[in-house]
Design a protein around this ligand. Structure first.
Ligand code: AMP
Ligand code: TRP
Length: 339
């Protein structure tokens, strides 16, 4: 039996990129692991709040965002009866394992992480130790559950590779096979959603322009307006995928349509090829609204009465704790700690 693990940080609202690029695939793996991986799998999906504090967080906002992300998982199709949904800070084993693994992780390897370089900017000397050590916590998140597959976007590929190296270093150092090297399950460029304002940039929660992204909590009006203003070019939709080359805005909208409808870009173009954007954009907006509305509604419902979400998390945390404790105890024993 395989074990699938993935996580998101509770920072800001989720956007369409998080949904099409991550959440939708988590649900697919939950429901069809046997088809996708050739074997049944158990899925764990975490809200990683300890990661969120690598940049300053307001306590009340953090707690609110933690519930919002959990609500988005459920509303997006993660079924708490099939998958385990947990909050990282409720599982102390993550932090303890991180420390143990940190002692075996070379600084030089962390210095090469592009996300650290991006986030720390020119002032790396002033960046917090947490921001620097973050990939070790991510490795602990994965290794503590002995996850076999980790579905993430390609921006996380480097961190996942480091997790594999850390597992291998531990196993070699202590001559054991305790830690499992996770197989990357990288969700490719086809699932990358770009900014509505600039098709060469990723849709991101850190983009200062609200118009660049569709938030999971946007109402129908807002979605329609944002799509109407989205970047395109004067040419109509091409008949074939090759015709999208070099047309980043056009490519992005076709890709979003394909992602929402669960069809290929070829299929989108065979239906809409030759049409102008004035015809296509309203269709795309309609599809986005009808796909997202049930999710947004369910999320709002879950957040109105927190008891359901809190019960799901309590159950998930208990399950995750039980699994994580076993690995941590094995590691402690191997390293010679007091029992
Ligand atoms: P982040 O919002 O960067 O914390 O990412 C959370 C998850 O969503 C990760 O698995 C990312 O790879 C994925 N993700 C974030 N932005 C996008 C995007 N624009 N397109 C596709 N996937 C994304
Ligand atoms: N680093 C991931 C991101 O920023 C989030 C994350 C933390 C994660 N721990 C993880 C993803 C473990 C997969 C597995 O998106």
């Amino acid at each position: 039996m395989k074990r699938i693990l993935s996580c998101m940080q509770p920072t800001n609202n989720l956007h369409l990129g998080n949904y099409l690029g991550a959440l939708k695939n988590w649900v697919l793996l939950q429901d069809q692991a046997a088809d996708v991986l050739g074997e049944e799998a158990e899925c764990l999906y975490g809200v990683v709040d300890l990661h969120a504090i690598t940049v300053p967080q307001e306590p009340a906002e953090l707690l609110k965002a933690t519930r919002e992300i959990a609500a988005a998982y459920i509303a997006g199709g993660v079924d708490p009866d099939k998958s385990t949904i947990f909050v990282q800070s409720a599982i102390p084993a993550h932090s303890e394992l991180m420390w143990l693994l940190a002692t075996m992780t070379q600084m030089g390897k962390l210095e090469r992480m592009t996300q650290f370089k991006d986030k720390a900017g020119k002032n790396a000397e002033r960046a917090g130790l947490g921001l620097f050590a973050y990939p070790v916590l991510m490795a602990a998140d994965i290794l503590v559950y002995k996850a076999t597959h980790v579905p993430v976007g390609d921006d996380q590929k480097q961190h996942l590779e480091l997790s594999r190296e850390i597992a291998s270093t531990f196993n070699t150092r202590f001559d054991t096979e305790t830690l499992v090297q996770p197989e990357p399950y990288i969700m490719g460029a086809a699932t990358r959603v770009m900014s509505l304002q600039d098709g060469s940039k990723k849709m991101s929660k850190s983009d200062p322009s609200e118009k660049s992204r569709i938030n999971m909590t946007d109402d129908a009006d807002t979605i329609v307006k944002k799509i109407k203003k989205a970047q395109t070019d004067p040419e109509p939709l091409p008949e074939r995928v090759e015709g999208l080359e070099g047309r980043v805005g056009a490519d992005n909208l076709v890709n979003i349509y394909a992602g929402l409808a669960g069809i290929s870009k070829e299929d989108v173009l065979s239906e809409y090829g030759g049409q102008g954007w004035g015809q296509f954009k309203p269709k795309l907006a309609e599809l986005a609204v009808t796909t997202l509305a049930p999710i947004t509604e369910r999320m709002a419902q879950l957040l109105e009465d927190q008891s359901e979400i809190d019960a799901v998390l309590a159950k998930g945390n208990a399950k995750a704790n039980a699994l994580a404790e076993v690995t941590l105890q094995e590691v402690r024993d191997i390293m010679g700690f007091w029992k």
